[in-house]
Design a protein. Sequence first.
Length: 691
Amino acid sequence: MALFLLKELMDSEMRTKKMKLDSTGIKPQARTPVSSRELETVAQAIERHIIEAVSPAVDCGRYPAKRVVGEPCIVEADIFRDGHVIIRSVIKWRRKDAALFAEVPMRPLDNDRWRGSFPLNENTRYVFTIEAWSDTYATWAADFVKKVTAGRNVASDLEEGIAILRGNADHLSGSDRNLVIQTADQFAALMRTDPEQAAPYANNPALIEVLARAGKRDEPSQCAKLFEVIADRPKARFGSWYEMFPRSQGTVPGQPSTLREAERRLPDIHAMGFDVLYLAPIHPIGMTNRKGRNNSLSADGTSPGSPWAIGSPAGGHMAVEPSLGTLADFDHFVAAAREHRLEVALDFAIQCSPDHPWVKEHPAWFNHRPDGSIKYAENPPKEYQDIYPVNFNTRDRDNLLAELRRTVEFWINHGVRIFRVDNPHTKPLYFWEWLIGTIQASYPDTIFLAEAFTRPKMMKALAKAGFTQSYTYFTWRNTKAELTEYLTELTQTPMADYFRPNFFANTPDILAGILQGGGAASFKLRAVLAATLSPSWGIYSGFELCENENVPGSEEYLASEKYEIRARDWSASGNIKSFIALLNEIRQNNRALQRFGNLMFLPADNDQILFYRKASAEGDDVLLIAVNLDPLQPQACTVTVPSSVVGVKTGQRYEVTDLLTGASYNWGDYNYVRLDPSVQPAHILRVAKQI
């Protein structure tokens, strides 16, 4: 019948075209016959159900979305079809390496939007798609009741319903099949007496549920795309990072500390509440063109060199700098850190000093000048004479890629599951997609942090390619407008599906301007912003001492630890270690700070005060946070808190407790806030109870 109607439609269109052509006096061309096989192909290609706007989907499914193990993956899509037929849909999902799909039903929202979810119970990668079909029985039942209500003769309609039920029986078993057959028999009996009496039974909820769940799927349509989701371990989303140079953990100026000596810092770092300890490169450092103090090219022979100039006769990327100790010492350090609930992260820098073994063994892995010499790294006007970048266009690329993967696996086998990757934006995206994908296929708990302070689209592309976390522009966002705009982009746009920020307040390369002249208050306010706006945040050592001496006119640290060994008094007067410890304790005790997309900015009538809400998914942990962005002057304002955002009735008062000071306040829709940075630059207010 469908083929006949389709043929008639095409014939009608041809006749219409012929009449139009005849009216112009132009002789129409001969009609090309359409074969039955062509008609059948067209008929089979007709999809009655439209499935579009699927989420989560990164670049229409080209890249995986990111989620955390233990939470549901919420899937939405626009699903509709022609006519008024009742639609059903399911999410079909499985582990990426599994063969069979499981199914969970979707439910309709408004305006043809549907939603469902499936569990992410394992630290692995999942794929999903969506199938929709027409529920012929539910459509018939709804129409049957309407016809009975309208007083129509429904004998023929009831006969049609019986046929639909009996047609479904073959797809069912057990009690489901019995219910369908019993209903069909009941309808058949009513056919002989009073067909209208079938109406109360037609929409039996149990019957509708059985047929929706297990009945025949008429005109099924399936989304052709498989969408991927990475279920990372929780630390991929929530963690507090501390960065340090192991060689600078001693007490004698200029004298390097070993890894065993650096272990003495572990209790202090743990006491500040950090759970990830990121080490600058620990590999042998080259001698050729070794940099001196403050990045000077002329080293005096005593310079320890930059740890990023990797490689010497002592080894390369799979060796330990001899002054730090041995590989056994590193293993001991990792175990000692674990005892203090610290997970060690390593720097992965794909570059070599001129003394790296790869330079002699694999010269084709590097870029050469016309005279045959190897080109060192440059970022004009900066020059890195002590570093050779790797050439990913080498004709020996397969061996290069295999060696880089072997390097990551080497450290994984020594207890490392987190890698901070240096300058990933200077390497091909295809490489990262391949490396991260293959590593996580074998070691799904591995986390990769992209240190890419580069163009926005490249930062996004690296996240899409697989990086678990990313450095951000937070370091340079200081004003209320800048922070609001940037955080809105990170939390409320498609970036939220794939880009996980890690808000470092400083790095060995970046001493932001606000920290250079704002004193301890500037360090505190930036710590509050980083620790409460993002679930993952970090500091580079010295932040807790409020170190703020810069090379004039730049964001570079004076006497940079990148080029010399520092000895510090970690309990020096003026340190903010207890403040940082309190921040991390607040983060651990409040689930609202362990998520990212739950940020809501609220009105504050002073541009120097940023005011926002963070809340747990369950709504039982609600925080109101106000930060004075001016480290030098007290600021005051009125903040507006709609009752709905704190879960109280309109006009109802409630109590808030400042988690930084312990003070409590009686709040409502409008509240006065005054923050003196010399005392405390912020409020972190927990909605305690209704009054």
